[in-house]
Design a protein around this ligand. Sequence first.
Ligand code: GAR
Length: 188
Amino acid sequence: MKSLVLFASGKGSNAQAIIDYFNQTKQAKVNLVVCNNAEAGVLDIARLHNIPFLIVNKTTIEEPLMITQIMDYEPSLIVLAGFLLKMPLSLLQAFPDKTINIHPALLPKYGGKGMYGNKVHQAVKANNEKETGITIHFVNEHYDEGAQIVQVRCALTANETVENIAQKVAKLEHAFYPKTIEYLLSIQ
Ligand code: GAR
């Protein structure tokens, strides 16, 4: 069974979708959750599924110990699901071409530092966009700039609220992130 290490900072709905999906298929297993917020909902999900977790901060994420701790889990992929700290270059270099991220918009629009969660959807609404979606991409040292793997779009009507947009995007994320991980694992 392939091993996944998941990085997340928030409520963990993508983490949940990924855990559920691979509980069914048995192709992979989330073996470690890395989080920078001790209060994050994703830690309750990790506890519920008996998945060990590491709490990191801006400093500890840069330490060599971090790399060895992750290496212990021999990840086939490192999956970012709403992780808000920048990934250090040392970590990316230790796992070349193995770190992926999901962004709740059609990059390169609405990406970059500070663009996460509802901030993205607010900007999409403010610009009266006719469509939005998700982008799954490899991670490099710049926020939201690594090579794209897949984009999935959805239409928006004029009277869509930020909450509606967030719901539409979350639905796409939960449907397509696990399947994209499955595909990437299958071609390794
Ligand atoms: C997701 O919508 C994800 O795309 C976004 O954070 C949310 C996490 O939700 N990531 C970013 O905005 C990265 N720039 P979750 O904790 O419920 O999975």
